[in-house]
Design a binder for this molecule. Structure first.
Ligand SMILES: Nc1ncnc2c1ncn2[C@@H]1O[C@H](COP(=O)(O)OP(=O)(O)OP(=O)(O)O)[C@@H](O)[C@H]1O
Ligand SMILES: [Mg+2]
Length: 259
C-alpha cells in the first residue's frame, strides 16, 4: 500500500445539545496521517478532542466537515477493521477471560474450538495464558487491561485505537504494561493510535507523537521518535539522553499549548 493507513483532512467534529440548542465544536481543521504499522501517540490538554477524534475514526461520530479515510476509502460505520481499547476494560463479568477474548470471533460466527485457539494465542502474547479460565473479577487491573488488549487483537483489526488505556492502573503496573505493549505490538504489527495524558508514556511507546492544541483540537506539532524498539524498556530508556531530550521537546510543546 502506498497512501497512509488513515488520513484525516480538515476534520471538524461537533456535538449538538438538543436541550440547549447549542453546538459545541470539539475538533476543527484537524489534518493527520497515520502510516501503515505506525505506532502513533496523541497528547494534548484535557478537553482538546482526543476521545472525540477516536470516536470519529472508530465510526461512532460523523464529521461535520472534512474527510476521514482508511485505506483510501471513507470511514463509515464502526467495523471490525478498527478495534477500540478504552480506559475502562469493558470485560463481561459473567464470562471467563478466554470467552471474553473470543467474544468478537463468536459474533463473527467462528466455532468454539477455533475461536478458543485464537484466543489462547492472544492470551499467550499478552502473558495471560494462566488466567484463561478465570473471571474478570479475579484479575488485577493490569491483567484486565491486557485481556482487553487481547480481545481487541483477537479480532485482527487493521487499526487499534487506544484511549488512555492505562490511566486507571497503578504506576508500577503501568510501566510494565507499557513495556508489554511494545512487545505485543511488535508481534502483531497492527497500526496503533494511542491517546494519553502522559508525555513520558507517549515518547516511550511511539514512532511519532502528535501534540494537539487546546479545544477545538488541531495538530500543533508532530515529533518523530527514532529510538530503536529493542531499547524500549524503562531501565534503558531512563538512562538514554535521547529519550530525555525527546521527552523535553514534547513536554515543551504541551506546556506551550497550555500557556
Ligand atoms: N457527548 C458530548 N456532548 C457534548 N460535548 C461533548 C461530548 N463529549 C465531549 N464533549 C466536549 O467536546 C470536547 C472534547 O472532548 P473529548 O472528550 O474529546 O476531550 P479529550 O481530549 O478526550 O479530553 P480528556 O483528555 O479529558 O479525556 C470537550 O470540550 C467536551 O466537553
Ligand atoms: Mg478523553
Amino acid at each position: 500500500m502506498t497512501g497512509p493507513k488513515i488520513a484525516v483532512r480538515d476534520l471538524r467534529l461537533e456535538y449538538f445539545s438538543e436541550e440547549r440548542g447549542e453546538r459545541h465544536v470539539a475538533v476543527d481543521a484537524l489534518s493527520l496521517d497515520i502510516a501503515e504499522n505506525e505506532f502513533l501517540c496523541v497528547v494534548g490538554p484535557s478537553g482538546c478532542g482526543k476521545s472525540t477524534l477516536i470516536a470519529a475514526i472508530a465510526g461512532f461520530l460523523k464529521p461535520r466537515a472534512g474527510t476521514l479515510t482508511m485505506n483510501g476509502r471513507p470511514i463509515g460505520r464502526p467495523g471490525a477493521d478498527r478495534g477500540v481499547v478504552f480506559q475502562e476494560y469493558a470485560l463481561l463479568p459473567w464470562k471467563r477471560v478466554i470467552d471474553n477474548v473470543a467474544l468478537g470471533l463468536k459474533f463473527k460466527g467462528m466455532g468454539k474450538a477455533e475461536r478458543h485457539a485464537v484466543a489462547r494465542r492472544f492470551l499467550e502474547i499478552t502473558n495471560l495464558a494462566d488466567a484463561a479460565q478465570k473471571f474478570p473479577h479475579e484479575l488485577s487491573g493490569g491483567m484486565k487491561q491486557r485481556a482487553a488488549v487481547a480481545r481487541t487483537l483477537a479480532n485482527a483489526p487493521e487499526v487499534m485505537l487506544m484511549d488512555e488505556p492505562f490511566a486507571a492502573v497503578d504506576a508500577q503496573t503501568r510501566l510494565t504494561l507499557q513495556e508489554e505493549l511494545v512487545r505485543i505490538w511488535e508481534r502483531s504489527r497492527v497500526t496503533v493510535m494511542f491517546v494519553t495524558h502522559s508525555v513520558e508514556e507517549a515518547v516511550f511507546l511511539a514512532d511519532r507523537v502528535v501534540v494537539l492544541t487546546p479545544g477545538p483540537g488541531r495538530v500543533k506539532a508532530s515529533v518523530p521518535i527514532p529510538i530503536a524498539r529493542e531499547r524500549r524498556d524503562w531501565t534503558t530508556m531512563n538512562a538514554d539522553p535521547e529519550f530525555a531530550r525527546l521527552r523535553d521537546v514534547v513536554l515543551g510543546l504541551v506546556r506551550g499549548v497550555a500557556a
